[in-house]
Design a protein around this ligand. Structure first.
Ligand code: KIV
Length: 262
C-alpha cells in the first residue's frame, strides 16, 4: 500500500526534481478515482463554483459549501494530500476569521492543508494560519477571486511583483505556492528561487508540479476552456451516449430485461 503524501514527501520531491501531480476534485467518487490514479495532491478548489455550481466566477462559493465538498473528497482520498480552498471573504477581512475558517477545513472536513489567494498582501494571514499549525498553500499570479480587480481572467506579467509575492509567501510560512496564469520564463525563475514547491496552472513546464481543474481535463466542462488546459477525456460525450441509449431502451421496452427483474 502506498503511504500518505505529507509535506515532507513534497519537499523531498522538489529536492529530487520529481514532478508533483495535482488535480482538483469536489466529491467522493472522483476523489477516489484521482487518488487511486496516484495523484499526490487533491485541491478541493473553489473552482467548484464554476464547474459544479454553474456560476460565472468563484465569488459566490461559501465556507459551508467548501467544508461539505472537502468532507466528500477526504472520504475518497486515502493517499493524496487533501487541500481545502478558502473561498472569497473567508479570510480577507481579518486574521481571527481567517484562522478560525482555516481551522474548520482540518477540524470538520479532514483536510491536511488550506489554500488561499494572494501574495504580499496576505502574508500576515499566511503567517497566522501557519502559526496555528495549519499548513498553507499560497496562490499568486492570476487569482480568480480578484477577477474584478484584475479586469478579467488575465495572464499576470509583472515579473518583479510576482517574484516579490513568491518570496513573501515563502517567508510567511507557506509550504507551497500555486502559480497561475504566469509566463513560463517567470515561473521557472520563481521555481528556481524558492525552497518550497511551486504548482503551476497555465505557468509553463518548469514548475515543481502541475494542477488542472478536473472537469476541464476530463471534458466535463463545455463552457470556456482556457488555453493552458489539455483535455485527456471527453466524458460529456460518453455520458450523453450512455444516457441516450438508456432513454431509447426505456422507450423501446428493451430495458429492463429479464436479468434486471426480481
Ligand atoms: O479553485 C481552483 O480549482 C484553483 C486551482 C485552479 C489552482 O484554485
Amino acid at each position: 500500500m502506498k503511504s500518505k503524501v505529507t509535506l515532507t514527501t513534497l519537499y523531498k520531491m522538489k529536492e529530487k526534481r520529481e514532478k508533483i501531480v495535482a488535480l482538483t476534485a469536489y466529491d467522493y467518487p472522483f476523489a477516489k478515482m484521482v487518488d487511486e490514479s496516484g495523484v499526490h495532491m487533491i485541491l478541493v478548489g473553489d473552482s467548484l463554483g464554476m464547474v459544479v455550481q454553474g456560476e460565472s466566477s468563484t465569488l459566490p462559493v461559501t465556507m459551508d459549501e467548501m467544508i461539505y465538498h472537502t468532507q466528500l473528497v477526504a472520504r475518497g482520498a486515502s493517499n493524496a494530500m487533501v487541500i481545502g480552498d478558502m473561498p472569497f471573504m473567508s479570510y480577507q477581512a481579518n486574521i481571527d476569521t481567517a484562522v478560525v475558517n482555516a481551522g474548520r477545513f482540518l477540524k470538520e472536513a479532514g483536510a491536511t492543508a488550506v489554500k488561499l489567494e494572494g501574495g504580499a498582501s496576505v502574508s500576515k494571514l499566511i503567517a497566522a494560519i501557519s502559526r496555528a499549525s495549519i499548513p498553507v498553500q499560497a496562490h499568486i499570479g492570476l487569482t480568480p477571486q480578484s477577477v474584478h480587480q484584475m479586469g478579467g481572467f488575465k495572464v499576470q506579467r509583472d515579473e518583479d511583483r510576482l517574484l516579490a509575492d513568491a518570496l513573501e509567501v515563502e517567508k510567511a510560512g507557506a509550504f507551497s505556492v500555486v502559480l497561475e496564469g504566469i509566463p513560463a520564463k517567470i515561473s521557472a525563475k520563481i521555481t528556481d528561487t524558492l525552497k518550497i514547491p511551486t504548482i503551476g496552472i497555465g505557468a509553463g513546464p518548469d514548475c515543481d508540479g502541475q494542477i488542472l481543474v478536473l472537469h476541464d481535463m476530463l471534458g466535463l466542462n463545455d463552457r470556456h476552456i482556457p488555453k493552458f488546459v489539455k483535455k485527456y477525456a471527453n466524458l460529456i460525450d460518453q455520458a450523453k451516449d450512455g444516457i441516450k441509449t438508456y432513454a431509447d431502451e426505456v422507450q423501446s421496452g428493451k430495458f429492463p430485461a429479464d436479468e434486471h427483474c426480481y
